[in-house]
Design a protein around this ligand. Structure first.
Ligand code: GLC
Length: 537
């Protein structure tokens, strides 16, 4: 029986960082009109949904992840009307729209916080988490993820407020029923406007310990966001049990509309708890970030896949991500010099695993991070604060490279874009790769198409195959109609592989290296350096 296709489960999602995708009004910052003008490109690429990083009004202390109004669009990106147009143009092309909801904290410019800090009896005071100091110091030992104490003394309020990120991102108090209601209404607001899904920013931090107890010290410290942190176990500020009923309420709202979706952002710290968040009746999926931190080693990717394929996780929809706006791009991490060979292997892996693939804008042409050399050029506050220990996240947020012109077709040539375009845009760009049949971009297109057309690839079960080589990752995907075999060579050496019995007479559905098989397959296949293949029985 044919599987019923669900966009969020069987489709491919594309993340746009709106500041950097396409600028239509020559102010150096991308916008909704710009995105609308590139929807044909995205349709041609074959993606099923766009996840937009936040576009709500924001003073940009953390580039949109500090929201000043959850029910509007920042004028630098457009307005509610242009958002509706963007959405209906996307829908016309069968592309769904996922909004980024940042509900752990707001901006300190949000009217709730402006009110809250005025006095203890202000009706908005309890929308945030306030506390008195202890012995002239912060109320407890919690550290902010972007460094320093998580507490900020507010002169006007005469109390400390909690911010698990920047001072400009005060944490919202989900224990307050009024705030809780506001949060639920925000989901309804965007669902009513036709939004198809949500990416929930750091949702596992929504609740904090009622008594604000100290976190135990951790030894040795571990680095989730680079080298600035982390010397504590997040017993009391992450993953509190109250999160689960809240997710169930969110899900009920989503389920009262047709085909709505929510994917949650959690950090690897909570690999085990992720599965309880993405369980039936809660989120549809939770990000799996392991790939962002893996070295280019088949064994490491294997370990991540094994986790998601374990029988106890069978009901959970995996997501696979190679890049996003918080970490160096995959080509910067894995590709060697100008070569895209590894990027092609990575693309085959991303698009043939069981789970929803997320592509970060520009990774389909193998964009590299821009170099970050001087503190004064840095935009990301993490980099501003910690350079040179940490350079921040500007590297992976540079403008999309559309063509070879000055400013890469991102904005007009006379304008200074908010971040510089990568020098290599003169040869690495969408136009050049569209015209080159062997480019990474054309490979992405072919693979997405294959994934769409082959039920084994979009919906099949996955079985890992051990080929006795630490450089090779191999698996089959099988649906009721077909079984395919995928084999990825992570090494720079040719590997002679023994094919599973059922594939000795197989045909080549895809190879990063060959157009067709020249010799009929027998028991073995000579897998070239950095070659990835898909065989069909
Ligand atoms: C998430 C976002 C990151 C942001 C942080 C605070 O981790 O991906 O960009 O800085 O949350 O909202």
């Amino acid at each position: 029986m044919a599987v019923q296709k669900l966009w969020w489960k069987h489709g491919v999602v594309y993340q746009i960082y709106p500041r950097s995708f396409k600028d239509s009004n020559a102010d150096g910052i991308g916008d909704l009109e710009g995105i609308i003008s590139k929807l044909d490109y995205l349709q041609e690429l074959g993606i099923d949904a766009i996840w937009l990083s936040p576009i709500y009004p924001s003073p940009d202390a953390d580039f949109g992840y500090d929201v000043a109004d959850y029910r509007d669009i920042d004028p630098k990106y457009g307005d509610l009307e242009s958002f509706q147009r963007f959405q209906s143009e996307a829908h016309k092309r069968n592309i769904k729209v996922i909004m980024d909801l940042v509900l752990n904290h707001s901006s300190d410019q949000h009217k709730w916080f402006v009110e809250a800090r005025q006095s203890k009896d202000n009706p908005y005071r309890d929308y945030y988490i306030w506390a008195d100091g202890k012995n002239g110091k912060a109320p407890n030992n919690w550290g902010a993820i972007f460094g320093g104490s998580a507490w900020n003394w507010d002169e006007q309020a005469q109390q400390y407020y909690l911010h698990l990120f920047y001072e400009g991102q005060p944490d919202l108090n989900w224990r307050n029923p009024k705030l809780y209601q506001e949060m639920m209404d925000i989901f309804r607001f965007w669902c009513d406007r036709g939004v198809d899904g949500f990416r929930l920013d750091v949702f596992n931090l929504y609740y904090k310990d009622k008594d604000l107890r100290d976190n135990p010290r951790r030894f040795p410290p571990t680095p989730p966001f680079g080298r600035i942190y982390d010397w504590q176990d997040h017993l009391y500020d992450f993953d509190q049990p109250e999160m689960l009923p809240a997710l169930e309420d969110i899900r009920k709202i989503l389920d009262s509309y047709p085909e709505r979706y929510a994917v949650g952002e959690t950090y690897p710290e909570v690999a085990d708890t992720v599965t309880s968040y993405a369980a039936p009746g809660r989120l549809h999926a939770a990000f799996n970030f392991a790939f962002l931190h893996n070295d280019w080693k088949a064994k490491q990717f294997l370990k991540t896949i094994q986790f998601w394929e374990a029988p106890e996780n069978a009901e959970i929809q995996p997501t696979y991500v190679l890049g996003n706006h918080d970490v160096p791009r995959p080509a910067t991490r894995y590709a060697k010099g100008k070569e895209d060979a590894r990027m092609k292997v990575a693309a085959v892996m991303l698009l043939t695993l069981r789970g929803t693939p997320y592509i970060y804008y520009g990774d389909e042409i193998g964009q590299r991070d821009i170099p970050v050399r001087r503190r004064k050029d840095i935009q990301d506050p993490i980099g501003k604060r910690y350079f040179p220990l940490m350079k921040g996240r500007d590297g992976c947020r540079a403008p999309m490279q559309w063509d070879a012109s000055d400013n890469a077709g991102f904005t007009s040539a006379e304008v200074k874009p908010w971040l510089p375009v990568h020098k290599d845009h003169t040869h690495r760009n969408v136009v050049a790769q569209t015209n080159d049949p062997d480019s990474l971009l054309n490979q992405y297109k072919t693979l997405i198409k294959l994934r769409k057309e082959n039920s084994a690839l979009y919906a099949g079960d996955l079985t890992l195959i051990d080929l006795n080589s630490s450089d090779i990752l191999a698996y089959t995907r099988s649906s009721a109609e077909q079984t395919v075999f995928i084999c990825l060579n992570f090494s720079n050496k040719t590997q002679m592989i023994h094919l599973p019995k059922e594939f000795t007479q197989a045909t080549l559905l895809y190879s990063t290296h060959k157009k067709a098989l020249t010799d009929p397959l027998e028991n073995t296949y000579s897998l070239q350096a950095n070659e990835a293949i898909i065989l069909q029985q």
